[in-house]
Design a protein. Structure first.
Length: 262
C-alpha cells in the first residue's frame, strides 16, 4: 500500500460538512465514492485533517489516502479529478511516507472568515456572511484581539462538542478589506480549534462591534462562565474557509518517500 498526501479545495455550499453522514451529502463521502467507482475499489477511505462543518469551504484541506493502485500520482490525480463534481477539486497529490497522518505534526491552521457590509453580488454571496448592521471597526478589532493568546474557549464552542479539554491558543487574528470583492476578511491562525470556535468568535465580535450595550467586558464575562449557551450569535458556516495547513518537518518525510520510490 502506498500513502499519498492530497490538497483539496471545495465549495461547501451543497454539503453537510466534511465527515460522511447517513443520507446527507458530505465532501469525504463524495471523494470516497468517486475514487471507488473510477478505480473499481470498495475499501478506500480518505482521512482529512479538518472536519469542516456544513457550508464551510476549503482551499487547502489536507487529506491522506492509502491504495495499492499501480499508477503514477499524476494519472491518479487526473482520473480522480475528472470524475469529481465541479465543486470539489484535487489541487495536488503526492507520494508520502507511511507515517504521514494529516492530524499529526500540525504546526498551524489558517482560516479565513469573510463578511460583507453591503449586500453582495450573487456570484460571491455564497462565500461570505452579509452583516447588515452598522459596525464600529475599532471596536471590532479590539474584540477580535481579545481572543488572541491561550484561553479556555469552552464558551465559544458548539454545545455539541463534549470535549473536556477546551484550552486553545490563537496565534494571530487580523482584519483585512478585499476591495475587489467588497468583502472583509478575518484571518485566524492557530494549531487547533474547537468545533464552531472560529464562527462563534466572529459572531460574538461582530455583535460587540455593532451593539452599544456590549463591550470587551461582555466577552470576558462570557468566557469566564465557561458556558456555550450564551446569547451572542454563531456566524454562519458559509463565511468560513480553511485556507491552509502547515506541518512540522513534512518535507523530510516526503523526500524520503520519493527516494524510496525511485
Amino acid at each position: 500500500m502506498k500513502s499519498y498526501k492530497l490538497i483539496i479545495t471545495y465549495d461547501g455550499s451543497n454539503y453537510f460538512g466534511w465527515q460522511a453522514q447517513d443520507h446527507k451529502p458530505s465532501i469525504a463521502q463524495v471523494l470516497n465514492d468517486t475514487f471507488n467507482k473510477v478505480f473499481n475499489k470498495n475499501d478506500m477511505r480518505v482521512l482529512g485533517a479538518s472536519r469542516t462543518d456544513a457550508q464551510v469551504h476549503a482551499l487547502g484541506q489536507v487529506v491522506r489516502i492509502k491504495t495499492d493502485l499501480a499508477i503514477t500520482p499524476a494519472t491518479l490525480k487526473f482520473a480522480w479529478n475528472n470524475a469529481l463534481p465541479d465543486d470539489i477539486v484535487i489541487r495536488s497529490l503526492e507520494l508520502v511516507g507511511d507515517e504521514f497522518n494529516p492530524f499529526c505534526s500540525v504546526a498551524q491552521k489558517i482560516y479565513y472568515y469573510h463578511f460583507f457590509v453591503k449586500k453582495p453580488l450573487p456570484f460571491v454571496q455564497r462565500y461570505g456572511y452579509f452583516y447588515p448592521y452598522k459596525i464600529d471597526f475599532k471596536k471590532l478589532n479590539e474584540a477580535l484581539q481579545f481572543f488572541v493568546g491561550t484561553h479556555d474557549f469552552c464558551s465559544f464552542r458548539s454545545s455539541e462538542d463534549l470535549r473536556t479539554d477546551t484550552v486553545r491558543t490563537i496565534d494571530y487574528i487580523g482584519l483585512e478589506y478585499i476591495r475587489r470583492y467588497g468583502v472583509y476578511r478575518i484571518v485566524v491562525k492557530g494549531q487547533k480549534f474547537l468545533r464552531h470556535m472560529i464562527r462563534r468568535i466572529v459572531g460574538a465580535s461582530l455583535a460587540v462591534a455593532s451593539r452599544p450595550e456590549c463591550s470587551i467586558e461582555t466577552l470576558r464575562i462570557i468566557m469566564e462562565k465557561r458556558d456555550p449557551k450564551h446569547t451572542l450569535p454563531n456566524a454562519p458556516g458559509k463565511g468560513l474557509m480553511l485556507y491552509k495547513i502547515i506541518y512540522k518537518q513534512l518535507n523530510a518525510s516526503i523526500d524520503a518517500a520519493k527516494r524510496g520510490s525511485l
